[in-house]
Design a binder for this molecule. Structure first.
Ligand SMILES: NC(=O)c1ccc[n+]([C@@H]2O[C@H](COP(=O)([O-])OP(=O)(O)OC[C@H]3O[C@@H](n4cnc5c(N)ncnc54)[C@H](OP(=O)(O)O)[C@@H]3O)[C@@H](O)[C@H]2O)c1
Length: 271
């Protein structure tokens, strides 16, 4: 599996990982993923919450990775309503317990919360790095302006990643956000990289299918290769089907020809 440096850290992460939104588990997808090199697992305290009980997806991830601890790079997220200095430490520790890890590799602010000062949240997160509860700080769904404000608020530990919706058909992040990520050493983690698996009927779908035919790859593979081929971008597709793991893993390790990449670049609106 191709690796990418996470932010400006010395840590290498795979260019393709696995997401767990709406993941139902129980079929060994995550362990198969690790075996295939998809060893970055992304989850969130809010995923698959049962009523008021948070973190069901984190519990699943913790259980499935229990025998493979240390082999996966585990990323999770704290929900916007929990970003106060008082709530952050309790929520991080609860996530670590559910994930059955001593240290959360990447702890991401799931989305901005304008009613809680970003400086307060960043200070709380930086304390967690110092205490060894989390390894790296990331954000998610931050615009360029919001990322810049969070970077300005950071005192001792840099923001290493911004996880945003970015796929062949949805390019809102393609300009400003990606440019700031690149210029400031922040990895862009593309969420919803398969556009939820709904390829047909999209503007650009015909170009996608033509490229698929030319390279002999599936739509998911071409969509992921298009993302992973961009500097500073990694992607986290989700699947519940073990048989799809090899397909996702084989989305990298080969290159689109420049004219194929250009056709894909031009096939959908940027915003
Ligand atoms: N930070 C955020 O706010 C945010 C928001 C959304 C998502 N995320 C993260 O990003 C991850 C991925 O996003 P997502 O789950 O929303 O959407 P996605 O990865 O774009 O699409 C997932 C869908 O694609 C299908 N799929 C998987 N492999 C496929 C293949 N090879 N061919 C065709 N279809 C395929 C899956 O079905 P099967 O399961 O049946 O294979 C599933 O229905 C999430 O799991 C989560 O970790 C973060």
């Amino acid at each position: 599996m191709e690796q990418t440096r996470l932010g400006r850290t010395p840590t290498l992460v795979p260019t393709i990982g696995l997401g767990t939104a709406r993941y139902v588990g129980g079929r060994g997808v995550l362990v198969r993923g690790i075996d295939a090199g998809l060893r970055l697992i992304d989850t969130a305290e809010s995923y698959n919450a049962l009523g008021d009980e948070p973190g069901w997806a984190e519990t699943l991830v913790g259980r499935e990775l229990a025998g493979r601890r240390g082999e996966a790079f585990v990323a999770t997220k704290i929900s916007p309503r929990n970003l106060s200095a008082r709530d952050v430490p309790a929520h991080a520790r609860a996530s670590a317990r559910r994930l059955q890890v001593d240290v959360i590799d990447l702890y991401q602010i799931h989305a901005p919360n304008p009613s809680i000062p970003i400086a307060e949240t960043m200070a709380a997160l930086e304390r967690l790095v110092d205490e060894g509860v989390i390894r790296y700080i990331g954000v998610s769904n931050f615009s360029a302006e919001q990322l810049k404000a969070a970077q300005d608020a950071a005192r001792t530990h840099a923001i290493v990643s911004n996880q945003v919706r970015y796929n062949l058909f949805e390019r809102a992040a393609a300009d400003e956000v990606l440019a700031l990520c690149r210029s400031s050493g922040v990895t862009l983690i593309a969420h919803t990289p398969l556009a939820l698996g709904r390829f047909e009927g999209r503007r650009g779908a015909r170009t996608l299918l033509e490229v698929c035919r030319d390279v002999g790859k599936s739509p998911a593979q071409v969509m992921l290769n298009w993302l992973a081929g961009q500097a500073g971008v990694i992607a986290i597709p989700k699947t519940d089907r073990p048989e799809r793991v090899p397909e996702l893993a084989a989305s990298v390790g080969w290159e689109l020809a420049p004219e194929q990449r250009a056709a894909l670049d031009g096939c959908a609106a940027r915003a």
